[in-house]
Design a protein around this ligand. Structure first.
Ligand code: ATP
Length: 307
């Protein structure tokens, strides 16, 4: 696998706040990557670094082999559809489409026209007068029809109804199958998009918490259910992320690197199911928050001792 973009020990600080801390990762070429994480995790900041809207405080960001900041050769091959994408006041839908067609070298006119029709966008209406969801649909049309080698969607579907979101997923997959390219999609609607994702990058408090291909995640994240003691035994032998117990029964989400995990669970009399990416992301984020809290408590206890 080649990398379309790399982050090497990237730290991004905003006046006293560290948004990203020592991030090292690669965005795989010709892959759909889900950039996931809680509010304020650092997803938009990563996209802003990829698109040269910001330069890192330290470390290096490279896109298509070069630093993106003020680099036209790179930026002309990038498309960034932001949450709350803004357009000039007088722009109609058709103006946004024509402007994008002039900017993106690989622009597909037919696809754009088809998408405008699919999303039932009124081509001659001023974007300012569109509903929230329709405005999001304009961004989606531009992002898909740009056919940019690196396309970034940052929460692209604010206000889009369920039917329109499904349309986006279907059109994205169909077009991607025919024209593979690097797509990064940041979203909180993990359940909805998890089947689309080939790679998952989970950011938490500015750090990489999970960086793995979706296939591996599906195979290594398990939910086991059964008697509490047996679940605890199984959890102790694996990476236990979350556990809930009631009336002597437990349910745990674990990550396992061993091929024998299924057998061990069965021998312990536990039922085993795959864990969805959404459940895994929630469990990992909560587990990381608990670890941070424990570390903070330990550190304040130590400060108390030293006084
Ligand atoms: N210009 C800025 N000045 C100060 N702090 C900032 C700035 N931009 C981002 N931050 C902070 O950096 C952190 C990461 O923000 P970022 O927008 O990257 O998060 P996010 O993962 O995209 O969140 P969300 O899912 O809520 O959109 C947040 O704590 C945010 O408040």
């Amino acid at each position: 696998m080649t990398a379309a973009a790399t982050f090497s020990d990237v730290t991004m600080r905003f006046r006293g706040h560290t948004a990203l801390s020592g991030v090292t990762t690669e965005i795989q070429a010709d892959t759909i990557t889900g950039l996931l994480g809680r509010n304020g995790a650092g997803k938009t900041t990563m996209m802003q670094l990829l698109t040269g809207h910001r330069v890192p405080t330290s470390g290096q960001v490279q896109v298509l082999g070069e630093a993106p900041y003020e680099n036209d050769a790179v930026l002309s091959r990038l498309c960034f559809i932001k949450e709350n994408q803004r357009y000039p006041d007088q722009f109609r839908v058709c103006d946004a489409v024509s402007a994008a067609a002039a900017v993106f070298p690989d622009w597909d006119h037919d696809l754009a026209a088809q998408l405008v029709e699919d999303f039932e966008l009124p081509a001659k209406r001023t974007i300012k007068k569109l509903s929230r969801g329709m405005t999001s649909a304009v961004g989606i049309v531009l992002g898909l029809a740009s056919r940019a080698p690196v396309t970034l969607f940052d929460e692209p579907y604010l206000g889009l109804d369920a039917v329109a979101r499904q349309l986006f997923y279907d059109r994205l997959l169909a077009d991607y199958a025919e024209n593979p390219r690097t797509i990064v999609l940041s979203t909180h609607l993990i359940e909805e998009i998890s089947d689309l994702l080939e790679h998952v990058l989970l950011i938490d408090h500015g750090r990489v918490l999970l960086d793995a291909d979706a296939e591996t995640l599906r195979a290594t994240a398990l939910t086991v259910t059964g008697p509490a003691r047996q679940v605890a035994t199984f959890g102790a032998a694996h990476q236990l992320l979350q556990t809930e117990s009631m009336a002597g029964q437990s349910r745990a989400i674990v990550r396992t690197g061993t091929a024998t995990a299924h057998r061990m669970a069965t021998e312990l009399g536990l039922s085993v199911e795959p864990t969805s990416i959404q459940h895994l992301v929630v469990a990992m984020s909560l587990s990381s928050a608990a670890t941070d809290r424990a570390a903070a408590t330990a550190s304040s206890d130590l400060q108390g001792v030293s006084r």
